[in-house]
Design a protein around this ligand. Structure first.
Ligand code: GLN
Length: 484
């Protein structure tokens, strides 16, 4: 059961080959067997999942079911789920039972899907290795001594180990694409505003975007159909029709114009990852695409710009976690000041504190012009590079991550080294552009992801470009040996 695509699962549920309760139990059993080792889930919703599955089975019997009815999924623990712990992998929210559902969760429930549980992540989505979680690191199913990537590392490990057929993620600077790359998955960060952020705990509001993490572009398209759309509760969601993202999957790629930014193939890129990406580009040439070298000259500004803008926004967003409005409250506070200081001091981990300090500093009166304002100007330059590039190409391709998955613990004491590895993913967030990562091969048994960046609202094209590659290759069908 756990090797089927979403449309195969749906066909089996509709034909009665197995029920949603059986399918859900199968995944719960797999979680039960493997989660101790992987630590991919913070919360498993056994009883609720089986209840949802029963309801889905009724809909299926009454022939009142859609394509996703009865299919299980996992939610990153950044999405508020009514009645279920929503911790954002922080001690701060380690007892927060959300009183409401995120819009994404609401839409997915309405489609009849079954929530298996909530997946582990970097604390408040800050990180690239899933090691900053209060609940401990997640392990990569391809090599359990290695990181799965972050911050959506729990969702990535869960899908890669076939503990869930699909999952939600969120991407502020690469957190869907990078773990997808490191775990051999297909992950899509849509255009900023395509999916409602309501009920997705805010990290950096001008960059955060939810998206699907899946085993194939087709599966991602099916879930994106449900996740997308305007929401009056999120003023940054865009009022624009949602196309059927599965409709263009099979379009021909003849004449597709691919741009390869020379800055994405520089000395920071692992040579074997580079060779793997070049081989993937050759496949696109054989499918009829034309290749052009392009330049994104302000790429070197992306890391410093992001690491001012994102901390600045997080220092503001996380101010509500004060032990009064939200979050952990310290024991026996002496006075209000003590309450704030100790609640925040105890509730946040080191990386989150580091970001809040950087952000508060960059926004402070004497430094605002030198850091925050400057970063906003750089952000515009980075975005303008893409506007120019898209004048005569259709998509941009390159690596998602400069290396394959690193060993657990390798970068834990060197935050700057971790930040630098975000170089290929964060520009898309700074520019609001959609980006994908798809499996493109292996180096020493570890997955390599190809990144595809598109113009605003060009998700259908990205999915088409990914799907055609997946029709011509079988990287995305590979499963780590211990989880077959
Ligand atoms: N690695 C980046 C960071 O630590 C991106 C995280 C994300 O996309 N949520 O901020």
């Amino acid at each position: 059961m756990h090797n089927k695509s979403l449309s195969e699962l749906s066909a089996s549920l509709h034909s009665g080959e197995f029920s949603s309760v059986e399918l859900t139990q199968h995944y719960l059993d797999r979680i039960n067997t493997h989660n101790n080792n992987l630590n991919a889930f913070i919360t498993v919703c056994d009883d609720r999942a089986l209840e949802q599955a029963k309801m889905a089975d009724q809909q299926l019997q009454q022939k009142n079911a859609g394509i996703l009815t009865g299919i299980p999924l996992a939610h990153k623990d950044i999405f508020c789920t009514q009645g279920v712990l929503t911790s954002c992998a922080s001690k701060m929210l380690s007892n927060f039972i959300s009183p409401y559902n995120a819009t994404v969760v609401e839409k997915i429930n309405a489609a009849g899907m079954v929530t298996l549980g909530k997946t582990n992540m970097d604390e408040f989505a800050m990180g690239s290795s899933n090691e900053t979680s209060f609940f401990g690191a997640v392990k990569n199913p391809w090599d359990t001594n290695r990181v799965p990537g972050g911050s959506s590392g729990g969702s990535a490990a869960a899908i890669a180990a076939r503990l869930a057929p699909i999952a939600t993620g969120s991407d502020t600077g690469g957190s869907i694409r990078q773990p997808a790359s490191l775990c051999n998955l297909t992950g899509l960060k849509p255009t900023y505003g395509r999916i409602s952020r309501y009920g997705m705990i805010a990290f950096a509001s001008s960059l955060d975007q939810a998206g699907p993490m899946a085993n194939s572009a087709e599966d991602a398209a099916i879930l994106l159909n449900v996740m997308s759309g305007f929401d009056e509760r999120d003023s940054t969601s865009v009022e624009r029709d949602v196309p059927d993202y599965t409709a263009d999957l099979n379009n021909s790629l003849a004449g597709l114009r691919i741009g390869l930014p020379k800055e994405y193939f520089d000395e920071g890129l692992d040579p074997e990852v580079a060779t793997t990406i070049e081989a993937a580009i050759k496949v696109y040439e054989s499918l009829g695409a034309t290749i052009k070298e392009i330049t994104l000259p302000n790429t070197h500004l992306a890391v410093p710009t992001y690491y001012v803008v994102a901390p600045a926004e997080c220092s503001s967003n996380l101010s509500r976690m004060d032990g009064v409005r939200f979050g952990h409250r310290c024991k026996n506070p002496k006075d209000l000041q003590d309450l704030y200081q100790r609640s925040r001091g105890e509730g946040f981990g080191d990386e989150v504190k580091r970001r809040i300090l950087i952000g508060a500093y960059a926004l402070s009166a004497g430094y605002y012009d030198a850091y925050y304002l400057k970063a906003q100007q750089c952000r515009r330059l980075i975005s303008d590079d893409f506007t120019q590039a898209f004048a005569d190409i259709d998509v941009i391709m390159g690596p998602t991550s400069p290396t394959t998955a690193s060993n657990l613990g390798d970068n834990i004491d060197d935050p700057v080294a971790t930040y630098l590895a975000d170089i290929y993913t964060i520009s898309a967030n700074l520019s609001g552009l959609p980006g994908m990562s798809i499996p493109a091969g292996f180096v020493n048994g570890l997955p390599v992801g190809l990144q595809i960046i598109g113009n605003h609202f060009d998700e259908a094209r990205l999915l088409n470009v990914a799907h055609r590659y997946q029709q011509a290759t079988d990287w995305h069908t590979q499963i780590p040996a211990a989880f077959k």
